[in-house]
Design a protein around this ligand. Structure first.
Ligand code: NDP
Length: 295
């Protein structure tokens, strides 16, 4: 099985380049070989490699910058996945696309299911939703995996930011009124490998249904709770000297950003767990395992 993988320099793509190894021959295409903003070149790459599976974690992920770079965000997050879907359909490949909790407005009081109405509150969320819709309208075989609050031991993310700030500052102020599930990039990548393998077996016997799935850790917390847990684990590990003494909870209004964020980012993962027979681990268990690998 030949797997074409974009975005292998990103958090999820880097992990995918490793977790996909046992299920097929992985061909990585980075920005130089396939710039998602160059739709013609993108078509050429698919036609050249003719993969059985296209996995696309590459995306325009700068949530705040997207507010002023709308055109670029839509080109990469909406038009490019549409082109990948068209090319996948031509060659009978499976397309795996990642999407986000930010397709929802966060006003629901319980976790969102895949069937809940979408209503993104920022440009990034709008562009990612448009990407989902582009794939669905082409109707190739696809898996759209919506995740949330991604972190990893490498790259720029909340975990790395808190580790840095907690080493430098005695006091931190972190938003406490947005709720979601921090999700380790490796969990996303390992789950992807399992479900792609099953999906390919289902396709062989004409028993595959394209669908949207929610893929996050289980449980939930606020950004404040996430930060407190990071600091607690660092202290238990005793690996890093921290100046931090207090993390103050603040409301979203106390940390204004260009892009609005949903207050409720919780995604129900029951559909994925039932369909693929998987159990997603709690966010704090996965965080502890991720942090064991940090220097
Ligand atoms: P990262 O920001 O870590 O990585 C993005 C990747 O996309 C990088 O490899 C980057 O390459 C590549 N990329 C960006 N623009 C282009 C382009 N024009 N052409 C080719 N490659 C490009 O993303 P994550 O791993 O965090 O996210 C993976 C997926 O999960 C994305 O679809 C994202 O929307 C989704 N998601 C992420 C969340 C998060 O909290 N991070 C939350 C919810 C969903 P380069 O290194 O060259 O810039």
């Amino acid at each position: 099985m030949k797997i074409l993988l974009s975005g292998a320099t990103g958090q999820v793509g880097w992990e995918l380049a490793r977790t996909l190894l046992p299920i097929g021959e992985v061909v990585e295409v980075n920005r130089t070989q396939a710039d998602l903003a160059d739709l013609k070149a993108l078509r050429g790459i698919i036609q050249q490699y003719k993969p059985n599976v296209i996995i696309n974690p590459a995306a325009y992920t700068a949530v705040d910058k997207a507010e002023t770079e709308q055109e670029q965000a839509f080109l990469i997050n909406a038009e490019a996945p549409g082109v990948l879907a068209e090319e996948a359909k031509k060659i009978g490949a499976l397309l795996v696309q990642y999407s986000t909790d930010y397709v929802f407005d966060g006003t629901k009081s319980t976790p969102y299911t895949e069937d809940d109405a979408t209503n993104p509150v920022n440009v990034y969320g709008q562009s990612k939703l448009a990407g989902e819709q582009a794939i669905q309208s082409v109707a190739c075989d696809y898996l759209i995996l919506r995740t949330s609050w991604v972190y990893a031991g490498r790259g720029n993310n909340f975990l790395k930011t808190i580790l840095r700030l907690a080493a430098e500052r005695e006091e931190l102020k972190i938003v406490a009124d947005q709720i979601g599930a921090p999700t380790w990039a490796r969990l996303i990548a390992e789950t992807t490998a399992h479900i792609v393998r099953q999906a390919m077996l289902e396709r062989q016997v004409n028993n595959f249904n394209s669908s949207v799935y929610h893929l996050t850790s289980s449980g939930d917390t606020s950004w404040h709770g996430f930060a407190e847990k990071i600091v607690k684990i660092v202290r238990e590990q005793g690996k890093l000297a921290l100046k931090n003494r207090t993390i103050h909870p603040i409301p979203t209004t106390g940390y204004p950003l260009p892009a609005k964020r949903p207050a409720n980012s919780r995604l129900s993962t029951s559909r994925l767990e039932q369909q693929f027979g998987l159990t997603l681990p709690s966010w704090d268990n996965a965080l502890r395992l991720c942090m064991q690998e940090l220097d």
